[in-house]
Design a protein around this ligand. Structure first.
Ligand SMILES: Nc1ncnc2c1ncn2[C@@H]1O[C@H](COP(=O)(O)OP(=O)(O)OP(=O)(O)O)[C@@H](O)[C@H]1O
Length: 450
């Protein structure tokens, strides 16, 4: 039984393989990588409950990873692996928001219990957020959906048409492209608006927990089932159930869901009689379901039941014209929230936003602007307030403009790092992973101002 998803970040191959084995034996789903850059990529596209990361990594420090994860506002906890001598760093990491640290070698037996505790915290947090949303009952409406590009307008038009009917809706789009906010808008514009909108991410939980969460169980259904538990289907009765990442739902649960769609009935785990419900289902995925069907991972009959209205949400890359509008909106929101007098963005800042790939789509843009508002000390957002990796992306574009030779790229890279550190050469040398004297030698070689 899988109980959660772990991202293991460790550059020592042997140790990583060993940890992977220990963790997989517990039934956790596991992703692995050897550096921060890949870890960030995985985190932008894949839901992860707990990151287990080494502190010393080839391209940076596990403590910076903690800060980045906190900035991305991911529902993810971090457990750090540290060498004995780095305990002060680990204490600092905990202050920055890490969940726990474990001393490599000595504390191996503590890894699994710590992962379980971190996972429990993540799941509790998600439950609290879910309940808060329900109590506030503040679901988004179509008025909250920003964007003027053709792709988003077409999606909004179809969603408005789908809203009043009881038919299922299938929302397709990359992570952070707005599937949940669209689902809420559809719910708000339907006659179910006064009732609950209940959301669950099918990829976040293992099969057994997912089944219990969605369908509920009878007391005594399995060890630990002390009393009856209402499933989310029942909680969403008369309202809308939003099934995010439906492509990740195990096939036997798909059969149970199909039955709900066809008969409005289901059987709780450990029950013998059927329970009746009146729900509308909105499902979402970033997977290609037709391919999943071909590979036997998704039921074709369920697919046809769900895709009565299929709405494709464009990625932010496909609607770059919307980027300034979103950026200004998030800027206004975060500036007001933090009481800052920041009114706009420099031309270069906006240009950089348009160059970026936005794998995390609007969620990522929102986080980048929030970060920029926090770090900026001017009245308009400038390049300095962008994360380091985003400043670097200009390398790709300049390459297109003609700079192909390695020395040219190295010179540009050094210039950016120096600008990033506000001309602090020691810090720049550290980030570049070269000695200070080498930095000065290279600056002289490239005729850069010392
Ligand atoms: N059109 C939009 N207008 C305003 N805000 C938006 C829009 N689309 C997305 N957002 C914001 O972007 C963030 C991500 O959106 P959302 O959670 O709906 O994406 P998602 O596709 O469901 O992501 P995931 O697949 O990772 O669950 C949210 O904060 C949401 O409010």
């Amino acid at each position: 039984m899988t109980t959660g998803t772990i991202l293991l970040v460790e550059d020592e191959d042997k140790l990583r393989h060993l940890l992977k084995r220990i963790i997989s034996l517990e039934g956790f789903q596991i992703h692995e990588c050897a550096n921060i850059k890949t870890a960030m990529r995985i985190l932008e596209t894949t839901p992860v409950d707990v990151v287990l990361s080494d502190i010393m990594l080839p391209d940076g420090n596990g403590i910076d990873l903690v800060s980045s994860i906190r900035q991305m506002q991911l529902p993810t906890e971090i457990v750090l692996l540290t060498a004995y001598g780095n305990i002060p760093d680990s204490v600092r990491a905990i202050k920055n928001g890490a969940f726990d640290y474990i001393t490599k070698g000595n504390d191996n037996a503590k890894i699994i219990p710590s992962l379980y505790r971190a996972l429990e915290k993540v799941q509790l947090q998600k439950r609290i957020e879910h309940l808060e949303t329900r109590i506030g009952n503040q679901y988004a409406t179509f008025d909250h959906l920003l964007g003027n590009s053709t792709g988003i307008n077409e999606a909004k038009e179809l969603a408005r048409k789908a809203a009043p009917s009881k038919a299922a809706v299938l929302l397709l789009g990359e992570t952070g492209s707005g599937k949940e906010i669209f689902a809420q808008a559809i719910h708000s514009a339907s006659e179910r608006a006064g009732k609950d909108f209940v959301a669950i991410n099918c990829s976040a939980l293992g099969k057994d927990i997912l089944e219990s969460e969605i369908f509920g169980y009878k007391a005594g259904a399995f060890t630990g089932a002390i009393k009856n538990k209402k499933g989310l289907i029942e909680e969403a009765n008369q309202g809308t159930l939003f099934l995010d990442e439906i492509g990740e739902m195990p096939v036997d649960l798909q059969a149970k869901l199909l039955r709900v769609l066809e008969t409005s009935e289901f059987i709780k785990v450990g029950d013998t009689k059927v329970t009746k419900v009146d729900i509308r289902i909105i499902a979402a995925t970033n997977r290609d379901l037709t391919r999943e069907i071909e590979q036997g991972r998704f039921r074709e009959d369920l697919y046809y039941r769900l895709n009565v209205f299929t709405i494709q949400l464009p990625s932010l890359r496909e609607r770059k014209e919307d980027i300034p509008l979103f950026a200004q909106h998030f800027l206004d929101v975060f500036a007001a929230k933090s009481n800052r007098q920041i009114t706009g963005m420099s031309r270069e800042f906006t240009e950089h936003l348009k160059l970026h790939e936005w794998r995390g789509n609007i969620r990522e843009l929102k986080n980048v602007i929030e970060r920029a508002v926090i770090v900026s000390n001017q009245s308009i957002l400038s390049l300095e307030s962008l994360p380091f990796e985003m400043k670097l992306q200009k390398a790709g574009s300049r390459q297109k403009n003609g700079t192909f030779d390695l020395a040219g790229i190295e010179k540009m890279h050094i210039q950016w790092v120096i600008a990033y550190t506000n001309n602090n050469k020691s810090k720049a040398a550290r980030l570049l992973n070269i000695g200070l004297s080498t930095l000065y030698r290279k600056m002289e070689e490239y005729s850069m101002k010392l």
